[in-house]
Design a protein around this ligand. Structure first.
Ligand code: ADP
Ligand code: MG
Length: 255
């Protein structure tokens, strides 16, 4: 059989084996291997590595899309110099993802504009890069989603979906108080994830103020107990980054 016919059959077989990237790049790789004088195993190595690399890239893209980040704020664009009070090493450790393996939570507390959402998103992006299943959602939106699902009797499906995540990022917990039903449902999500999967929370509240948001002191205490158990807590005690930037900009303009 001719070389061209062989190549066609190989591509057909690769597709049948679901090795679509190898099939797509087969001819080009084969040409390169011949030109470069690669032996059989080197050629096969290159072809299989290409399949693995493209699959990995596609999985990362899929994870990023599924996570529904409002903005793709990564660690690369986070200015550590601007916030010397932040424990940079802790953030780097978290980015490496051990807390996900240990199913620990991370709580980012502090005033508006201090970079909590940016850091939470950056940790989420790192988790996606490690092929983890991530979902970013505000506390308010999640409570609403759960309340709506309850009326549609979709609640158990939804609870299952959130339980399967490797990382749930709950942004802006405490900006808007929950209804009793919303608080109870949110409690259920967090209780089910307890020690099964990590949660990253951003909040402008100190723990003492959580009762106002979750209603009853008993539920708040139970919730805090679970959330803070073995959690890494990052207190963003500095001033708003945005404010600092605009002050700097203003000063530049006047000088
Ligand atoms: P928070 O969630 O604490 O209110 P954000 O994360 O939304 O604050 O930050 C407000 C804005 O400032 C965002 O655009 C964010 O990207 C930016 N920002 C905050 N801190 C930093 C930082 N240290 N480096 C770069 N950008 C920052
Ligand atoms: Mg925020």
């Amino acid at each position: 059989m001719s070389r061209a016919a062989d190549a066609l059959l190989v591509q057909h077989n690769l597709k049948a084996l679901n090795l679509t990237n190898m099939a797509r790049h087969f001819e080009q790789q084969l040409r390169q291997a011949r030109d470069g004088g690669l032996d059989y195993s080197q050629f096969l190595l290159e072809l299989t590595e290409l399949e693995l690399r493209i699959r990995c890239e596609n999985r990362e893209k899929r994870r990023l899309k599924e996570a529904k980040f409002p903005l793709l704020k990564s660690l690369e664009t986070f200015d550590f110099e601007a916030v010397p009070q932040l424990d940079k090493r802790l953030v780097r450790d978290l980015a490496a993802g051990d807390y996900l393996k240990d199913r620990r939570n991370v709580i980012l507390m502090g005033k508006s504009g201090t970079g909590k959402t940016h850091l939470a998103t950056a940790l989420g992006i790192e988790a996606c890069r490690q092929s983890k299943r991530v979902r970013f959602v505000t506390g308010y939106a999640l409570a609403n989603e759960l309340i709506e699902a309850r009326t549609e009797k979709d609640l158990s499906r939804l609870l299952g979906k959130y339980a399967r995540l490797d990382l749930l990022i709950l942004d802006e917990l405490g900006y808007v108080p929950f209804s009793k039903e919303g608080a109870e449902l949110l409690f259920q999500i967090l209780a089910e994830r307890h020690e099964r999967g990590s949660v990253v929370i951003t909040t402008n509240l100190g723990f003492a103020d959580w009762t106002q948001v979750f209603g009853g002191p008993n539920m708040t205490a139970a919730l805090l107990d679970r959330l803070t158990h073995r959690a890494r807590i990052i207190e963003c005690t500095w001033d708003s980054y945005r404010l600092k930037q605009s002050l700097k900009g203003g000063r530049k303009k006047t000088t």
